[in-house]
Design a protein around this ligand. Structure first.
Ligand code: IPM
Ligand code: MG
Length: 357
């Protein structure tokens, strides 16, 4: 029996609209195939929302997200804000507020390699081949959301890093549960040799670990983890860490697979789950139809799996993406010397593969 899927679409800035269009094509193809009805509600966010209404995450957008079953998100950000440290409103604030208001405390970023792209990795092929791990990043606490400010003369600034037991417990629980579902190894990344928040994380990790006797739990300092990711990425299965460390480590982890344009993410928590590529708004490419839509298409696969518990649908999208990579139907970031396809051509090819299946 088909279902009705209500999806909020927040395309955002830069290449956002172009890549989102491809994810929608693919989602439509999957829904047609499996007999689901799909309804989209488009809403504004990011720089374009600042331009239109002065708010990067307006209340109407939040309302639409809350009323939907899933949020499909493109990217936000615009250079005109990056180069102006005095700007009062920034696109990224919208993203952070959205995470907070939707209670999206966990960001899941799978790091997977594609056989046909191993040669694209900056690492030696034998180091990356078979690397497959899940980064779980805490997303609504820590230094991102602590009190911040400046002294009166403006020459001193601070950002507080705060974590509560509740916040740490719920994200570590997710880490342990994922490890149970995968290869039963959990790496808790912190800086417990320096930071009090990290010592709280480690303490709670040690309290919880005995409840998951099958999971091999290891604790690793973040600097060491940064090194391990490039030295021996295959040593990880599930990694869980706080907000800022997760931000940095997931960028690092994303490039070892060959292209940042390939990696999706899911953010889950208290309200509607959100699915977005891990790359940014790539303003230099906006409107050129050259950006890689695969990360967003794979985010749609995660949406089927995580928000709708539709595993076959997700698997079919993954299969279609792998087929497009093998067939060389790829955008210029991957094509190298070979023929580069347009963003829209890649989306159409993948949707067509699904339709023919
Ligand atoms: C990410 C991004 C955001 C973050 C920025 C755009 C605020 O880098 O989703 O990783 O730091 O969380
Ligand atoms: Mg980031």
């Amino acid at each position: 029996m088909g279902k009705t899927l209500n999806i909020a679409v927040l395309a955002g800035d830069g290449i956002g609209p172009e890549i989102i269009d491809q994810a929608i094509k693919v989602t439509n193809a999957v829904c047609a195939k499996f007999g689901h009805e799909v309804k989209y509600k488009h809403a504004i966010t990011g720089a374009c929302a600042i331009d239109q209404v002065g708010d990067p995450y307006p209340p109407e957008t939040h309302q639409i997200c809350m009323e939907s079953d899933a949020v499909l998100f493109g990217a936000v950000g615009d250079p005109k804000f990056d180069n102006d440290p005095t700007a009062k409103v920034r696109p990224e604030q919208g993203l952070l507020r959205m995470r907070k208001q939707l209670g999206l405390y966990a960001n899941l970023r799978p790091v997977e390699t594609f056989k046909s792209l191993l040669h694209k990795s900056p690492l030696r092929q034998d180091l990356v081949e078979g690397a497959d791990f899940m980064c779980i990043r805490e997303l609504t606490g820590g230094i991102y959301f602590g009190e911040k400010g400046r002294s009166e003369d403006g020459n001193t600034a601070f950002d507080n890093c705060v974590y509560t037991r509740m916040e740490v417990e719920r994200i570590l629980k997710l880490g342990f549960e994922y490890a149970m579902k995968r290869n039963k190894k959990l790496t808790i990344v912190d800086k417990a040799n320096v930071l009090e928040t990290s010592r709280l994380w480690r303490q709670i990790g040690q309290e919880m670990a005995p409840s998951y006797p099958e999971v091999e739990t290891e604790y690793m300092f973040v600097d060491n983890a940064a090194m391990r990711i490039i030295q021996w990425p295959k040593s990880f299965d599930v990694m869980v860490t706080e907000n800022m460390f997760g931000d940095i480590l997931t960028d690092e982890a994303s490039v070892i697979t060959g292209s940042m344009g390939l990696l999706p993410s899911a953010s889950i928590g208290l309200h509607t789950s959100l699915f977005e590529p891990i790359h940014g708004s790539y303003p230099q490419a906006a409107g050129k139809n050259i950006a890689n839509p695969v990360a967003t298409i794979l985010s749609a696969a995660m949406m089927f799996e995580y928000a709708f518990n539709m595993m076959e649908e997700g698997t079919l999208i993954r299969e279609a993406v792998a087929a497009s990579l093998e067939a060389g139907v790829v955008t210029e970031d991957i094509a190298g010397e070979g023929k580069a396809y347009k963003t829209s051509e890649v989306g159409t090819w993948i949707a067509g593969y699904i339709a023919k299946k």
